[in-house]
Ligand binder design. Structure first.
Ligand code: P6P
Length: 333
C-alpha cells in the first residue's frame, strides 16, 4: 500500500477537495513539526533535565512543568514567522501572543494547550498537544483576545498529538477525522487511520471517580447505572478507564468507542468546570463530532457555546453518540 505522508495527504486534500488553502496546509505542517520537536523533548525526560516543575504558575493558577513551558515556546517559535497567523493563544499564557512586526501576518488564529495532561509527564504516562484553528475576523485593527471568542462551529481545523508508545497526530479539516503515526526513522507523519468513526454504543466510560460526591444528580444517576452493571437498569457490565490525559482518553474513544466525562462539580461550580473551552473542549468536540460522536456540556452542544473569555472552562461529556445522548436526556429530566 502506498505510504501517504501528512504532506501528501494535505496536498491531495487541497488539490482534490479544495477544503484547505495553501496557508492552512502550511499551518498544519508547521504545527506537526512542532509536535515532533515536543515529542523529542519529552522523550529525553530526565536525561535532558526537562522533568519536574518550572517554578511558575500558569494563568489557571496551576504549577507549570518545565515541559509545559518548553512545549509552549516550541509552538510559538515554530509558528510566528510563517505569515499564516494573525495571533496565537495558549493555556500557558494569559494574553494572546501577537505576531512580531518583523513578520507578515496571516488570516488564521491558532489556540493550543501545548502539553495536555502534564501532571502525568513526571510519571511517564502519555501526554499530548491539542490545537484549534480559527479565522481572524476581518478588519481587526489590533488582534486581542476578543478575536478568539468565536463558537467552536467556526473552527476550520482541529487536532491533537499523543506522545505515547507511538507519537500520533489526529486531525480534522472538517471532512472526517484522520490519524497519522510518526515514523521516527524518516521523521514524517504517515497516514495510519482514515475517516475514523466512533462506535455509537460502548461499554467503557472515563471519569475521575474521586469527584463523585460533587457531581450533579443526572451524572450521579448515569454513573450509578453503569456501576450497577448487568443486574442494573442497563443490563450489561461496563469497564472504566481514566488516564487523566484527555488526549489519551479521547484517542481511545476514537479507536474503540467510549464516553468521557468531566462534568460540572460542586467544588468548581464557580469556575464553570475543569476543562478549557477554547483549547480543550472545542477542538476535541469538533473531532468527536466529525467522527460521528456527540460532545455536550450535558445541557448544550459544546460547539455552539459563545465564548465569553479566552480561558473559559466548561463541563465536557463526549464520545459514543447513544451514551452521550442518554446523559443529555438525564439532564433534561
Ligand atoms: P484530573 C489534564 O490536566 C486535564 O486538563 C485533561 O487532560 C484531563 O482529562 C483532566 O485534566 C484530568 O483531570 O482532575 O483527573 O487530574
Amino acid at each position: 500500500m502506498a505510504i501517504i505522508t501528512l504532506s501528501r495527504f494535505l496536498i491531495e486534500e487541497e488539490r482534490n477537495k479544495q477544503i484547505i488553502c495553501a496557508d492552512l496546509r502550511f499551518l498544519v505542517e508547521i504545527v506537526s513539526r512542532a509536535c515532533k520537536a515536543i515529542s523529542i523533548a519529552i522523550g529525553k525526560g530526565s536525561l535532558a533535565g526537562v522533568l519536574g516543575g518550572a517554578g511558575t504558575d500558569n494563568v489557571q493558577g496551576e504549577a507549570q512543568k518545565k515541559l509545559d513551558v518548553i512545549s509552549n515556546e516550541i509552538l510559538l517559535e515554530a509558528n510566528e514567522w510563517g505569515g499564516h497567523l494573525a495571533a496565537m493563544a495558549s493555556e500557558e499564557m494569559e494574553d494572546p501572543h501577537l505576531i512580531p512586526h518583523r513578520y507578515p501576518k496571516g488570516e488564521y488564529l491558532l489556540v493550543f494547550d501545548p502539553l495536555d495532561g502534564s501532571s502525568n509527564i513526571d510519571v511517564n504516562i502519555s501526554v499530548g498537544t491539542i490545537f484549534s484553528v480559527l479565522r481572524c475576523p476581518e478588519g481587526v485593527p489590533a488582534v486581542d483576545d476578543k478575536a478568539f471568542l468565536q463558537p467552536g462551529t467556526q473552527q476550520v481545523c482541529a487536532g491533537f498529538a499523543v506522545y505515547g508508545p507511538t507519537t500520533l497526530l489526529v486531525l480534522t479539516l472538517g471532512d472526517g477525522v484522520h490519524c497519522f503515526t510518526l515514523d521516527r526513522e524518516f521523521g514524517h507523519f504517515v497516514l495510519t487511520q482514515e475517516n475514523i468513526r466512533i462506535p455509537e454504543d460502548t461499554k467503557e466510560f472515563a471519569i475521575n471517580m474521586s469527584n463523585a460526591r460533587f457531581w450533579e444528580a443526572p451524572v450521579k444517576r448515569y454513573i450509578d447505572e453503569l456501576l450497577a452493571g448487568q443486574q442494573g437498569p442497563r443490563g450489561k457490565d461496563f469497564n472504566m478507564r481514566w488516564v487523566a490525559s484527555m488526549v489519551a482518553d479521547v484517542f481511545r474513544i476514537l479507536t474503540r468507542g467510549g464516553i468521557f466525562l468531566y462534568p460540572l462539580d460542586g467544588k468548581m461550580q464557580d469556575k464553570g468546570g475543569k476543562l478549557r473551552l477554547m483549547y480543550e473542549a472545542n477542538p476535541m468536540a469538533m473531532i468527536v463530532e466529525q467522527a460521528g460522536g456527540v460532545a455536550s456540556t450535558g445541557r448544550q452542544r459544546i460547539l455552539d457555546i459563545g465564548p465569553t473569555s479566552l480561558h473559559q472552562r466548561v463541563p465536557v461529556i463526549l464520545g459514543s453518540k447513544n451514551e452521550v445522548e442518554r446523559v443529555v436526556a438525564y439532564h433534561g429530566q
